[in-house]
Design a protein around this ligand. Structure first.
Ligand code: 3HC
Ligand code: NAI
Length: 700
């Protein structure tokens, strides 16, 4: 970055108030030129006899997005953020920040070092460092606790959420909220403070909110979350820091926080989570499409099928402020679908995750229709009808008859060939797959499946639309299973072979849980219903993707289903259930013993480490094939898919990042070892051979 500091922060005096305007694209992060600029302009304002006060504001309707993440891990030069903040606190003129857009992480920490904080009503503040495996390391844990008390500070820092201005005012995190121009409001605010006279309040000197706190509060917080935070560093350190703010003197608290920040910064989880931050943003980019091609604006959407997925998609769209028309084949199906949507909303209200007002507004945006004529004016149509090609064709023909030209036609198919769907329509260029995950109103991932016939405009529209509705879109090519389920099929099969050799569903699941997955393969299948797994398997056998006569085919799923065990809903599956509580079942262990005997396999003890390596390497090798075939645009897209859609622990950065951390040479050697032992299913991907032999990362 070659920007001059004086360009990164501009200076002017208005009404005897120095206005320091940070203009450091794209997000006014605290990169070196910006820090230099801020320090220089601050000194200028301090020394300026024409200024009685100062207002710090960000250009382009945003304050500061935090530390410059691109600088992480590099040696730092220029003034430190903490030095600038210390000067702000000591200033003899009142320092007011004017927050528009967002003040996040280090950005909100700068705000906390000002004497006063004025926010625009549309602004949001937050300390999201935890999402990067970090904690607020420039005094945020100490100042937020002193300003708003430990409960608010912990909720804010552990949650990492963006808090709207009105709520921030209520919590005492800002001093005023302005409806109009926030810079003008902050200038007026500063002038009033000058008129009232000093001294100006300094957050770090406050003690009223941090005295008399019961240490049990922190002990409980740690105990309650121990399982959830397993393997992570930052959440525990955050609790330590907030606790420190309640028992240490300010200066010591800041030193404590600095050390805790260093521990997080040095932990592997920081590198993993920063990788994911950039991976998520890279995933949104479509290679090879001219920047001239812009996404179409989507304001209204038609959804076909009011079942599990259609209902969830409808909620997600309505929550994002879109007008939705929901269609099903009968009034009864629509009524049942809408009733489920309302039920889900009520559960969220009861849980406190949304308000009745928001739900009412969302429901007000949903209209039900029985006739396709209702879709004549919508910008996009998403179908989520039964997973059957004939039904899909019929639905797309009906769409053809009414949709306006250029309206995007998306299919939520989880396994069908999207080109085959597209070819049966009059406008194949407008057809795209949008593979949502269940529950669609909750799960962040959406695979945008690009068929050969989709136009670049349709592709970029679907990607931008994914982001518009709050999802994390990943572009996938058209192949059985796309990215996510294709990888799942491969490592699921490896899990089965591990059981054939001597393991059990619970051992495989426990080993994966220990690695950091929220749940293992078999518990997940039991929850989804084994009829679903069996359907997928039969389809794979029919298409020749799976050979039931192969020595490594494990018919446990078939045997379990034959015994009437369809998963949690029938009280038994890979596990047996007492309500929702799963426990190992000797009957399943016996089935496995029998299958191993039939296949002539002598069962052996299998170490958890072998389970984890074989499952992960199966993921990684298939992932490498997917990249090499161009099904995924880049290796990091697989990390995004797996962390946002399949529960891969974020603090490990995704399977492909994990493999890079192990060393691709070591990964290749291990895959070759398995190939020698097991044959073709372990043939290494060409990309893995290339990168492993070259000793590089995935990018070469
Ligand atoms: N540093 C460097 N680059 C950043 C950045 C940051 N803090 N935040 C965003 N960017 C970059 C993105 O990589 C992206 O670059 P690209 O165009 O080359 O891909 C560009 O800015 C735009 O970002 P988004 O696509 O995410 O834009 P949005 O408008 O959707 O979102 C945002 C903006 C809400 C600011 C979002 O980018 C965000 O959440 N950023 C991270 C905020 C954060 O985590 N801050 C804490 C940093 S850690 C810290 O402050 C430590 C301190 O306590 C010491
Ligand atoms: P579902 O059975 O819950 O819902 C399907 C709905 O479509 C029903 O309400 C049905 O009445 C309606 N429907 C069927 N034919 C229709 C027609 N010709 N016209 C109008 N409406 C019609 O099914 P689900 O689970 O919601 O799946 C829908 C699609 O989403 C399938 O393609 C499935 O593969 C895919 N999918 C499912 C996931 C899941 O976990 N359930 C995950 C991701 C994708």
């Amino acid at each position: 970055m070659t920007m001059k500091p004086e360009d990164a922060v501009r200076y002017e005096v208005r009404d005897r108030v120095a206005v320091l305007t940070i203009d450091f694209p794209p997000v006014n992060a605290l990169g070196e030129p910006m820090r230099r600029g801020l320090m220089a302009r601050f000194d200028q304002a301090q020394a300026d006899p024409a200024a009685d006060a100062m207002v710090i504001v960000g250009a382009n309707d945003k304050f500061i997005a935090g530390a410059d993440i691109r600088e992480f891990g590099l040696p730092k030069s220029g003034p430190m953020q903490s030095e600038i903040q210390a000067k702000m606190e000591k200033a003899d003129k009142p320092v007011v920040v004017a927050i528009d857009g967002y003040a996040l992480g280090g950005g909100f920490e700068v705000a906390l070092a000002a004497h006063y904080r004025v926010a625009a009503s549309r602004a949001k503040v937050g300390l999201p460092e935890v999402n990067l495996g970090l904690l607020p390391g420039a005094g945020g844990t100490q100042r937020a606790t002193r300003l708003a008390g430990p409960a608010v500070a912990l909720a804010m820092i552990l949650g990492g959420n963006q808090i709207p201005a009105a709520k921030a005012l209520q919590l005492g995190l800002v001093d005023a909220v302005a409806e109009g121009d926030v810079t003008e409001a902050a200038i007026a605010f500063a002038r009033q403070k000058v008129a009232e006279g000093g001294p100006w309040p300094v957050v770090i000197e406050r003690t009223d909110k941090v005295t008399g706190i019961d240490p049990q509060f922190f002990a409980d917080m740690r105990a309650k979350n121990a399982a959830k935070w397993k393997g992570m560093v930052a959440p525990f350190k955050i609790v330590d820091c907030v606790e420190a703010a309640t028992r240490l003197e300010a200066r010591e608290g800041l030193v404590f926080e600095k050390e805790a920040f260093k521990a997080c910064n040095d932990a592997p989880s920081r590198a993993a989570q920063v990788h994911l931050f950039f991976a998520e943003r890279a995933a949104a980019k479509v290679e090879g499409v001219s920047p001239e091609i812009k996404p179409k604006k989507i304001r209204s959407v038609g959804v076909i099928g009011a079942g599990t997925m259609g209902g969830g998609i409808t909620m997600c769209l309505a929550n994002a402020g879109l007008v939705v028309k929901l269609l099903d084949s009968s009034q009864a199906a629509i009524d049942a679908g809408l009733a489920r949507v309302k039920d889900n909303y009520q559960t969220s209200v009861a849980r406190g995750s949304t308000s009745q007002d928001k739900v009412d507004a969302a429901l007000g945006r949903i209209e039900t229709v029985l006739d396709y004529a209702g879709f004549a004016d919508v910008d996009m149509i998403i179908e989520a009808v039964f997973e059957n090609m004939d039904v899909k064709h019929e639905v797309f023909r009906k769409i053809d008859a009414v949709a306006k030209p250029g309206a995007v036609r998306a299919s939520n198919t989880s396994a069908l060939d999207i080109d085959q769907v597209a070819r049966a329509t009059k406008r194949p260029q407008d057809v795209i797959g949008m593979h949502f995950f269940s529950p669609a109103n909750v799960m962040k991932l959406v695979e945008v499946v690009r068929g050969d016939l989709a136009s670049p405009e349709t592709i970029v529209t679907a990607m931008a639309f994914g982001k518009q509705i709050g999802k994390v879109p990943v572009l996938a090519g058209n192949c059985p299973g796309f990215i996510g389920n294709r990888i799942l099929a491969r490592y699921g099969a490896e899990g089965d072979v591990l059981m054939l050799e001597g393991s059990t569903p619970w051992q495989v699941d426990d080993a994966l849980k220990e690695f950091g997955f929220p749940m293992g393969i078999y518990l997940m299948r039991d929850m989804a219903g084994l009829d679903v797994s069996l359907g997928v398997r039969r389809n794979a056998i029919e298409t020749g993707a799976v050979d039931p006569d192969a020595p490594d085919f494990v018919p446990l799923l078939e045997r379990i289903c034959e015994a009437g065990r369809l998963g949690q809903k029938t009280g038994a599956g890979f596990y047996k259930y007492d309500g929702r509580k799963a426990s190992p079942d000797p009957e399943v262990a016996e089935m496995l013993t029998r299958i191993s005997a039939e296949k002539g396999v002598t069962r052996r003890e299998i170490a958890d480490e072998e389970i984890v390596w074989r499952v992960l390497l199966a993921m990684v090798n298939e992932g490498a094939k997917i990249v090499e075939e161009g099904i995924a645009q880049r290796a990091s897209d697989i990390d995004v898919t797996y962390t946002f859609g399949y529960g891969f622990p974020k603090y490990r950065g995704g399977p492909m990042f994990w493999a890079e951390q192990q060393g691709l040479d070591k990964v290749l050697a291990k895959v070759r070892e398995y190939e020698a032992r097991y044959g073709a299913r372990w043939a290494p991907a060409k990309l893995l051979v290339e990168r492993g032999e070259a000793g590089t990362g995935w990018k070469g």
